[in-house]
Design a protein around this ligand. Structure first.
Ligand SMILES: C[S@@+](CC[C@H](N)C(=O)[O-])C[C@H]1O[C@@H](n2cnc3c(N)ncnc32)[C@H](O)[C@@H]1O
Length: 279
């Protein structure tokens, strides 16, 4: 039987999140938590509302929503068992975490007042189906709050590093499944509102969030970039100590080639956040 390419990417993504789960919340000084907090503020959950957090991960969004909607109920769903185990460490009476795919929700139509998707849309096997499901389970006028990474604001140092991953994979005979490159565009301010409008939502405001910093050396840089997604993680973690030293020497050389010490090891973490209403 020939392998199902979508299944292979889903497995690769879930495997990444399972392995990364213990350090997800602390990555880049708690970056995911800051994005989650911003998304929740924009979504403005209110007392008594019922909320579904799709691709909940370690529950960063769901944990912030639960106290605001009490006695309303919050459900977090995800495919990564290890992310869900961490999410369940902080639980509340009105909060539950369940293993479920974004594309196949078991809920009745018009069940929720708010659906949140924090940094998750680009990882779903079928983002269109996931948005259609979100639309179906929202009551009329219900809100969908989405955050997506905006890759076009990556620094030159990030661009250079990510470009170097393809030859690195080839050198180590690694062939990693991935979704089409159009997903890298989801977090652009002219793209995300269009995607949501196409799924039957009326887009209200759009908020941008840009943070960044500078790693002090190649070791810190590669550690940070390993957490940027399934592909860099798998590639970097596949290297033994000798190849890892080699990679770090290449990173040093690449940063020096930028010709500006201020640009070397500099990174941006940029996001677009949108709250839309079900039409
Ligand atoms: C970057 S994390 C986001 C976690 C959390 N929402 C946050 O804001 O920090 C993306 C999550 O989407 C989950 N995921 C990927 N594909 C999924 C799918 N088809 N259905 C449900 N969850 C999925 C992953 O397991 C992962 O936990």
């Amino acid at each position: 039987m020939s392998p199902d390419p979508t299944r292979e990417v889903v497995d690769h993504i879930v495997d990444f999140f399972d392995r990364f789960a213990p350090i997800y919340d602390d990555w880049a000084g708690g970056q995911h938590g800051r994005v989650a907090a911003r998304l929740v503020d924009l979504a403005a959950p209110a007392k008594d509302e019922h909320v579904l957090d799709v691709g909940t991960g370690t529950g960063l969004v769901a944990h912030l929503v639960a106290p605001r909607v009490k006695p309303g109920v919050v459900l977090g769903i995800d495919l990564s068992a290890h992310m869900l185990t961490i999410a369940r460490r902080h639980t509340d009476k009105n909060l539950q975490f369940v293993g479920m795919a974004a594309e196949h929700l078991v809920f009745r139509p018009e069940t929720f007042d708010l659906v949140t998707m924090g940094e998750a849309l680009t990882y779903f096997a079928d983002p269109t189906a996931a948005l259609a499901e979100a639309h179906r389970v929202l009551r009329p006028g219900g809100r969908l709050a989405v955050s997506c990474q905006r890759r076009s604001l990556n620094t030159r140092a990030q661009e250079l590093f990510f470009q170097g991953l393809t030859p690195l994979a080839r050198r180590h005979y690694l062939s990693l499944p991935r979704y089409s490159s159009e997903r890298a565009q989801f977090g652009e301010p002219h793209v995300l509102p269009k995607i949501l409008a196409g799924a039957g939502f009326e887009v209200g405001g759009l908020t941008e969030m840009v943070t960044g910093g500078r790693a002090s050396d190649a070791r810190e840089w590669t550690e940070l970039m390993a957490g940027a997604g399934p592909r860099p993680y798998t590639l970097i973690r596949a290297l033994g100590p000798r190849y890892r030293d080699e990679l770090e020497a290449e990173v040093e050389a690449a940063m020096a080639s930028l010709g500006d010490p201020d640009e070397a090891f500099r990174y941006h973490h940029s996001y677009v956040l949108v709250v839309a209403r079900k039409r």
